[in-house]
Design a protein around this ligand. Structure first.
Ligand SMILES: Nc1ncnc2c1ncn2[C@@H]1O[C@H](COP(=O)(O)OP(=O)(O)OP(=O)(O)O)[C@@H](O)[C@H]1O
Ligand SMILES: O=P(O)(O)OC[C@H]1O[C@](O)(CO)[C@@H](O)[C@@H]1O
Ligand SMILES: [Mg+2]
Length: 456
């Protein structure tokens, strides 16, 4: 939608470039978007977006200049249907793959990709790849249609199955070529997006007329640039049940501690948001904070005061927290999963035993109870809530519109509430960590009263 009266023009922003298949071959024939003839869509002026429709990366600015903002401001192409498309729907062979860990909403994204391609664009050749990247070269693709995927959005997990590891670039791209796929929809987290960058580069090398789009999926919410990843809110909601139970157990005991471990490999977003929404949490430990146990300002001192004051306390710990202070063997120091991610020790199990030792050492004659609740997989192996379901649908539609228009090597996602197309290599590098110097973390500390763990 162009607006001739706007005072900001394309030359005032740094628009992040997305590769278009016409960059490989400017002679490619275009087609009128079938949405123009679709009885359900009223294609009012501005319905179709153009390359001048943008989404600004930052919508919070400090005009005093105390915090420098990028100049010119960063911008991305806005996601949505284009008037002209590059793919003739009759020649499309689309493939969909899910990689990495589970996340609420994966099945909704798959369902909406299938239904959207079929209903919006008239594509009939749609295939699911089984079990992640390795599935391209290990299994036969599964043909999908709207009837088959009809109720998938109500199911947790991924019907296509997923896996870690198995990223063999040559075998994957050979298989893509052999199957004649010309559209790839890749649903996954940071590791998956790094793989998508390699596939995109290899397809370019081989001069193949194939579009690749990434749909960011991570229950940890560790992918940067986008507002949040799908399924994250559902996971935070599920975590409340564990925190409530921990609170009930803790307050029903003398000197009771409830301890909950939540997912969060290298980022503490789930723990942080679960803490903020619960109000029952006295201390939230995340990978971004180096906490310690003994001495002034340590966890023991804090809990001692808390138990004296309230009689109970609730601790939430993200699985990646404290990994550097848990004693480990040489082999445990280097252990990796099939994708190359470090394998963590059970921080909450270790904390439970340290807390018990501390109490019996310092208060040998006083009662003490600690209940450890580990809802790890329960918060992600569920269907998405209503908000995540709608979010997944918009992601799928954004991906389809971009691919049909001929964009490639991009990811779609909301930036400040508006859906945008972001270069996949930029997403693959952008890590979303909890900023422990911002207002949100101050808010956590103010609701929990926990120490800042900065040794004086
Ligand atoms: N640097 C990389 N280059 C190519 N492929 C990669 C890379 N890192 C990971 N992959 C592949 O991407 C897939 C998924 O990676 P990983 O298991 O790390 O999950 P993820 O996508 O980060 O999702 P999540 O963290 O939400 O579970 C695996 O098949 C893995 O082999
Ligand atoms: O599914 P797996 O291999 O047990 O991995 C669990 C990991 O996956 C995630 O859910 C997403 O990366 C992490 O929070 C967790 O560490
Ligand atoms: Mg990951």
């Amino acid at each position: 939608m162009s607006n001739s009266s706007s005072s900001i023009s394309i030359s005032n922003v740094q628009l992040q470039h997305i590769t278009h298949l016409t960059n490989y071959n400017s002679q490619i024939q275009t087609h009128t978007n079938p949405l123009s003839f679709n009885p359900f869509f009223r294609t009012f002026p501005g319905f179709f977006l153009t390359s001048s429709d943008i989404v600004l990366r930052h919508n919070v600015l400090d005009l005093s200049g105390t915090f420098p903002s990028p100049n010119p401001p960063l911008a991305y192409h806005r996601a949505g249907p284009r008037n002209q498309i590059l793919f003739d729907p009759a020649t499309v062979r689309a493939s969909i793959v899910t990689c990495g860990g589970l996340c609420p909403g994966m099945n909704t994204v798959i369902r909406e990709l299938v239904v959207g391609l079929w209903e919006l664009y008239g594509v009939r050749e749609i295939f699911g790849i089984k079990a992640g990247y390795r599935g391209f070269y290990s299994y036969d693709p599964v043909r999908l249609n709207p009837k088959m995927v009809d109720d998938w959005h109500k199911r947790g997990g991924t019907v296509l199955e997923t896996s870690r590891g198995g990223f063999d670039l040559k075998k994957i791209v050979d298989a893509i070529q052999n199957h004649g796929f010309n559209q790839l929809y890749i649903i996954g987290g940071d590791g998956t997006m790094r793989g998508a960058v390699e596939i995109f580069e290899e397809l370019k090398q081989r001069k193949l007329y194939i579009s690749v789009v990434g749909i960011p999926k991570t229950v940890d919410n560790d992918v940067g640039i986008i507002d949040r990843s799908f399924g994250f809110q559902t996971a935070v909601e599920m975590a409340q049940q564990a925190i409530n139970a921990a609170h009930v157990e803790a307050e029903s005991a003398v000197n009771g501690i409830g301890l909950v471990k939540l997912m969060g490999r290298s980022t503490g977003h789930i723990a942080l948001h679960a803490t903020l929404s619960s109000r029952d949490v006295d201390c939230c430990l995340i990978p971004e904070i180096n906490f310690y146990l003994e001495g002034k300002g340590g966890l023991f001192e804090f809990l001692e005061d808390r138990l004296k004051e309230m009689g109970h306390a609730v601790l939430v710990v993200a699985e990646g927290a404290g990994q550097d202070i848990i004693p480990r063997t040489e082999s445990q120091k280097t252990e990796k999963d099939e994708s190359g991610n470090p394998v963590f020790l059970d921080v909450a199990g270790w904390l439970k035993s340290e807390l018990k030792n501390w109490w019996s050492r310092d208060h040998p004659n006083e009662l003490f109870t600690i209940k450890y609740i580990d809802p790890t997989y329960m918060i992600r192996a569920v269907p998405p809530n209503a908000t995540d379901n709608s979010y997944c649908t918009l992601l799928a539609h954004s991906a389809i519109h971009g691919v049909m228009a001929g964009y490639t090597g991009f990811v779609c996602g909301p930036i400040n509430g508006n859906y945008a197309y972001i270069p996949v290599d930029e997403i693959a590098k952008a890590k979303n960590k909890v900023d422990t110097r911002d207002h949100k973390w101050s808010w956590v500390r103010s609701v929990s009263n926990q120490p800042d763990f900065i040794r004086s």
